[in-house]
Design a protein around this ligand. Structure first.
Ligand code: UDP
Ligand code: MG
Length: 315
């Protein structure tokens, strides 16, 4: 019998976890032709998530958990879960039931059939989200797809079921700055996209503020494209060209018509403009350099405090 590992990153999910477990258990029961393991990754939650996970493990040995020493972010949670997964097939799901577990049987059929290596999901609407957030999200996907060669699908969720080969490929990417939406696309493999209408969170609230999302999108661009560096070089080149033409123009003008000194505002504007462009260029360079800096430190993506195998505090 095949083993399916379900990886669930959880950060302060005490309200949503019971609902989630109830639903996933139902689906697991219906799919009695496969075995399941649930890997809950407690991403340094400050509420009762961890103690709930411990209780769950006692009740149901299929429920495993990994608990971080602090909050490391969802990317780290997914990585830890994928590393720990032993399944022939691995799925990633949010704990808030925004990823409907009822899709699992279909996803498993698709991948099992051998036609696809991965069944991924994308939501077709962004209902329940503030309009500006949707607007910026759409802009981001347009931009990053122009700039990077990894295909990053608009509205794609992290909810997907993958075959072992693909999971191993993802784990072989050892970069520190992980942008999963890009990594999934970059490794390739045959992916079937299932679409569904956006579901709102069952309980608790989203952990993503607008600012966090904005920073995340910049991370994504830095991790999967070097186009900004290229743009700043091209910009520099174009400005030099314009300056050269202008210089010739003024030289000839001075020779032919004499030189009444004027144009102070023009000079100020040009100086400020060039200063701005230079700062942008240096900033872009700095962002890439800082990423390289973090990458060379080779810090671990997360630190595990305890797992179900070594429960420190018995509850
Ligand atoms: N999450 C996490 N670490 C974090 C933030 C979020 O593990 O630092 C988990 C969270 O528990 C949930 C999933 O990532 O299972 C998605 O988070 P959320 O629902 O807040 O994001 P949204 O669905 O609003 O994009
Ligand atoms: Mg959510």
């Amino acid at each position: 019998m095949d083993l399916i590992s379900i990886v669930v990153p959880c950060y302060n999910e005490q309200e949503a976890l019971p609902e989630f477990y109830k639903e996933i258990r139902k689906v697991a029961k219906a799919m009695d032709y496969v075995r399941f393991e649930f890997i809950f990754v407690d991403d340094g939650s400050k509420d009762k998530t961890l103690s709930m996970l411990k209780l769950l493990h006692k009740k149901d040995s299929r429920a495993r958990f990994i608990s971080f020493s602090r909050n490391f972010g969802k990317e780290a949670g997914m990585l830890a879960g994928l590393k720990a997964a032993k399944g022939d097939y691995v799925a990633i799901m949010d704990a808030d039931l925004q990823d409907p577990p009822s899709l699992l049987p279909e996803m498993y059929e698709l991948v099992k059939s051998g036609k696809y290596d991965c069944a991924a999901t994308r939501r077709t609407t962004r209902k329940g989200e503030p309009p500006i957030r949707s607007f910026f999200a759409r802009m981001f996907y347009r931009l990053i797809n122009k700039m990077s060669d990894a295909e990053i699908v608009d509205g794609a969720r992290d909810f997907r079921l993958m075959r072992r080969k693909m999971v191993d490929a993802i784990l072989s990417m050892e970069e520190y700055n992980r942008f999963s939406k890009g990594i999934f696309g970059w490794v390739g493999f045959k992916t079937k996209w299932l679409e569904y209408v956006n579901v709102e969170r069952v309980a608790g609230e989203t952990k993503w503020s607008f600012w966090k999302l904005f920073k995340y999108s910049i991370e994504g661009i830095l991790a999967f494209s070097t186009t900004p560096l290229y743009i700043s070089s091209v910009m520099g080149f174009v400005v030099c060209l314009i300056t050269f033409v202008l210089a010739c123009f003024y030289a000839i003008k001075a020779l032919v018509f004499g030189d009444p000194t004027a144009g102070f505002p023009t000079i100020i504007c040009i100086v400020l403009f060039l200063g701005g462009i230079q700062l942008i260029g240096i900033g872009v360079l700095g962002m890439y350099l800082s990423k390289t800096y973090l990458e060379t430190k080779k810090r671990p993506n997360y630190i595990v405090r305890e797992t179900e195998e070594d429960m420190i505090t018995k509850e």
